[in-house]
Design a protein around this ligand. Structure first.
Ligand code: MLT
Length: 401
């Protein structure tokens, strides 16, 4: 009899956002007239920027002509996109990253979920709690619910930031601006982590999917703004939230060449080569049309359109912050992030709060406990709906008893 990967049996029955989708579907089926407003999953609602659409039309036309048709592309991504990323996201900001340190992917969910393929099974892996559920779930898939997975509590008392671990981890996941709490890490705080990782020879997996939402100029947008981070960190970036690619799918992962580890035989191994080996075996590259779309994000028009989109969503975040603060609720995030993290009034359990908000206000959010046990008693709202629906949701909540 064949065997399954038993670690899967240790996961929650379904992925957080699938559970929510099922609950909402059930509610809508039994309340067909309810106008449900979705502030749950961080899915964008504005259409793709015009520069992106034009680039895709051109790329589709190229695919129709023998001379410009493209089949398999490089698994690491096309040079035209890797070069634009290097230039605009890093070099213009004084960070020295080269195109062959950039790997184009189909979303940070895949990249953060797959990175474990190149890491050893004996590593102690530290994951903040609460956080984006993919890090924990993908590690449980690999290691089972093991003492090798250590949770770093991020409570209100610490501003939802992790304390330095008492037990030395080999690998640490950090996500800033944070999903779900919307908090950011200052340059000094991030530097402490980089110094810690260098001193302890740990690896930081830094998820910067929400960097475009940072308003405060003092807050670092990339871990590589910190000196010597290229020796200890991999960074994940996404086009999903800043440029509206949640349905199109494009991301990139930076694996600096100066990032080396020791194999059991004590020889030095480059993580860049390992990730390259992993990607060229298991991934055939993001579609050409999508990479041309992502390239257009870096054109002058694309940059302006993306800035406008981010500002649009941040106005929603402000609207939610203002309305719910007036109601007397305690809120966090939403200033440098599209997520607002609220304390459930009257210490309500976060799934009970989810049900009440859905049944009584017809609003979907995300229960904090879905992001980890330390999220119990909190709740996440996103700023990714339209102005009209967000304003309506705020009014419903304000009038709610
Ligand atoms: C979220 O709502 O946390 C995100 O949309 C999830 C994701 O980006 O996969």
């Amino acid at each position: 009899m064949f065997r399954i990967n038993e670690n899967y049996l240790q996961l929650n029955e379904s992925y957080l956002f699938s559970t929510i989708a099922k609950r909402v579907e059930k509610f809508s089926a039994s309340h067909p007239r309810a106008d449900v407003i979705r502030l749950g999953i961080g899915d964008v609602t504005l259409p793709l920027p015009p520069a992106v659409i034009r680039a895709m039309h051109n790329a589709v036309d190229e695919m129709a002509v023998k001379e410009t048709f493209r089949g398999y592309g490089p698994e690491q991504g096309y040079g035209f996109l890797r070069e634009k990323i290097t230039e605009i996201d890093f070099r213009q900001k004084g960070i020295d990253i080269s195109p062959d340190e950039i790997f184009i992917g189909d979303g940070s969910k895949s990249d953060t979920g797959n990175i474990g393929d190149i890491l050893g099974e004996n590593n102690i892996v530290a994951i903040t709690d609460p956080v984006y559920p993919v890090y924990l779930d993908s590690n449980i898939m690999r290691l089972g619910r093991s003492p090798k997975i250590v949770l770093l509590s991020c409570g209100e008392e610490n501003g939802f930031l992790p304390e330095m671990p008492s037990q030395r981890p080999d690998v640490v996941y950090l996500c800033y601006p944070n999903n779900p709490t919307g908090t950011v890490m200052s340059r000094e705080q991030l530097k402490q982590w980089v110094d810690y990782a260098l001193e302890n020879r740990s690896l930081i997996l830094f998820d910067a999917a929400y960097e475009a939402f940072i308003r405060n100029k003092e807050v670092p947008r990339s871990i590589y703004e910190i000196e010597r981070a290229k020796e200890c960190a991999i960074e994940f970036r996404s086009f999903s939230k800043n440029a509206g690619f949640t349905g199109l799918r494009c991301s990139y992962t930076v694996v600096p060449k100066s990032l080396v580890a020791r194999s059991a035989g004590e020889s030095q191994v480059s993580l860049n080569s390992l990730w390259n080996r992993r990607q060229s075996t298991k991934f055939n590259g993001t579609p050409y049309i999508v990479q041309r779309a992502a390239e257009a994000v870096y054109s002058p028009e694309g940059q302006q359109e993306v800035r406008d989109m981010v500002s649009y969503y941040m106005r929603n975040a402000e609207m939610i912050r203002k309305g719910l603060t007036e109601k007397g609720w305690t809120l966090f995030g939403g200033e440098n992030s599209p997520y607002i993290w609220l304390k459930c009034p009257d210490r309500t359990d976060s799934w009970i709060f989810f049900d009440r908000l859905l049944e009584e206000c017809h609003i979907v959010g995300t229960p904090g406990v879905g992001f980890g046990s330390k999220g119990e008693g909190y709740f996440r709202l996103t700023a990714f709906n339209s102005h009209e629906k967000t304003a309506e949701a705020v009014e419903r909540i304000k009038g709610w008893v």
